[in-house]
Design a protein around this ligand. Sequence first.
Ligand code: FUB
Ligand code: ZN
Length: 630
Amino acid sequence: MSARAGMRAIDFTRVTLTDPFWAPRLETNRRVTLDIQYKHLVETGRIAGIDPEHRPGDRSAHHQFWDSDVAKWIETAAYSLAVHRDGVLEARVDEVIERFAKLQRPDGYMNSWYTAVEPEKRFTNLRDMHELYCAVHLIEAAVAYHRATGKRRFLDMVCRYADLIDSLFGAEPGKRRGYPGHQELELALVKLYRATGRERYLRLAKYFLDERGRRPHYFDLEAEARGEDPRAWRHGSYEYNQSHLPVREQTRVVGHAVRALYMYSGMADVARETGDRSLLEACDVLWHNLCSEQLFVTGGVGQSRTNEGFTRPYDLPEETAYCETCAAVAFVFWNHRLLQAKAEARFADCMELALYNGAVSGVSLAGDRFFYVNPLASLGDHHRQEWFICACCPGNISRLIASVGQYFYSEADDAAWVHLYGAGRAELRVAGTELVLTQRTGYPWDGTVVLELDPARSAAFTLALRIPGWCRAPRLSVNGEPVDLGGRIAAGYARIHRTWNRGDRVTLELPMPVEGIYADPRVRLANGKVALRRGPIVYCVEEVDNPFTPLARLALPRSAPLEAVYERDLLGGVVTVRAEVDVAVGREGQALYAMDPPRTERRTIKAVPYAVWDNRAPGEMLVWLRESDR
Ligand code: FUB
Ligand code: ZN
């Protein structure tokens, strides 16, 4: 089998999850989140705001990217409808689509802000105004809805809009050489191309990437045409939206994290469709730069609130970590795409890290509250909220959860790839036959995975099983016969090539002791500290379990045994970690500073998965624990 062997992503509808982690979240997403998101869209005026007559000219009653919030809800609804028919939900979506149909102008244009509020200013400020970003989400929603229901109406509407955009922007004479100020249209156009087969959408996606960062700079010209001084832009450098350089020359991750990661995802998509290796090579350099210098231990991305994005190498703060939910979601998107392109488990490792930690922390267990910002420490004042004025994150985490099955497997002509583990069933097509792959496992709480293969007919192919980067001592057996993994693992996947028959059974054991994780010493704030991880799950301590604040008082001895305990009734059923720690004791009545160190007392701490923090009594939270030498 070749290194990549034509790995193809699969549709999430071919995967049914019955695991203890995602299955309940899928259910909650469908039953609760979709409904309450719709309620917020209605109550905040976002649905009414689609109406072209909606308070024309009244800025205060509208927001420039409301359309995207509504569209992400449609996309989530579509994913849900694809696997769970629901006439009420479908009728609700159809009604919203009809509102967009009424909004759409005869030339195809479809944007509520510029129709109701600033009709004379269409496409005059791509840099700031999210006009093309709103188009993205309409396209993604329409593609998903068409796929789920077979209905063409919305898809045809967005095609007309994309055709208009294509007629206006491009390198051809007479077109404007603009590109999105908030990237993502690149990846949406590839989706539209795949859904329709129309090459013009792929060409346009490629154009947007090729054009970005060229001189003269489009955003300068556009600002001057508006009578503005481009140098007065509040974000200063074009690093903010990654248009400071042509995309193939970018080697460092800079600027707004969500913009960057959507753009890198689009680069991977266009590379895949066009065979343009230079885009993939640029992605590789950027990925390495991000993962070796600026990735949080939770899979969160983007350190700073100021630019909602990247700062400096090894600047990975705790309390002030921004880690927008959307950025973790986009990081999953990007890794998934690079994984298909390169078939290397490092991308699946990152995908898993973000999925189980820094992305899914974005929604409460009840499915009704959301984090925009996902810090690694809290003094007790950071909580999920019902909704936001800038509500990009709720719809992003819900669309990710609703389609999470796609991240588990890929297929190729001669191989079935398993990237993630979790109880459930997948329908794949390999070596010319249908293959039902069933996983029996308690993952992520237990590392034993039994895979049953049911090919429609016996067939020779490779079963490629990811050996997670966190696992030190994997073991494998086929039909009870131990398999020596030495020499079988390539790029992080154990590859078993044989003729597979109905009922064949592979057992993969991924021992998951609780481990201490240490940061590169250049990460200033993590020096002398340790984070706890078990399998794919990163832990934190919360005040509600450990009532000795400030939690910074505790120190985990390096030699302390770390005990994992499954608690069925806690936080939906999780493995917690217990350890004995030293807690510095306050010296009431004494001076602020003294010549003697404080006394310490031994206490037992309990750590819970980071993803589920802030689901109980509010209080302090900490990921990085001080470590002592004892
Ligand atoms: O600007 C649109 C979205 O809102 C971005 O992706 C998020 O970072 C937030 O700024
Ligand atoms: Zn967001």
